[in-house]
Design a protein around this ligand. Sequence first.
Ligand code: CO
Length: 136
Amino acid sequence: MITSIDHIAIAVTNLDEAVKTFSAVLGCAPETVQVETVPDEGVRVAFLPVGGTKIELLEPMNDTSPITKFLEKNGDGMHHIAFATDSIKSEQERVTRGGMRTLGEVRQGAGGKEILFLHPKDTNRVLLELTGKKPQ
Ligand code: CO
């Protein structure tokens, strides 16, 4: 089952600047924001907590990152919405049973959490991510 909005992600060309900007908007101290590298996804990531959910800021690490292509096409902006699940596998099964396509399989994202992206062509051109638990 989908339990909440885990995060809303924004693609940015300059993570350090974006951390400053969003910290200023949310009223938190930029130096408390932790930046993580996720080499498999080709991104540097920062999460800023807000109202029980998070804003995820995504900066590409290299030219082959999917975020690089997104920025070339669209510039900085909204990238995806992530829904938390109590079981990512059963939610994957549920949505694909309904005919929805996924982008690849369940894999590990930031913080070691299981993640899965749904194909935006099947979801009104909004990229949606499902998140699961951290592996024990
Ligand atoms: Co995300």
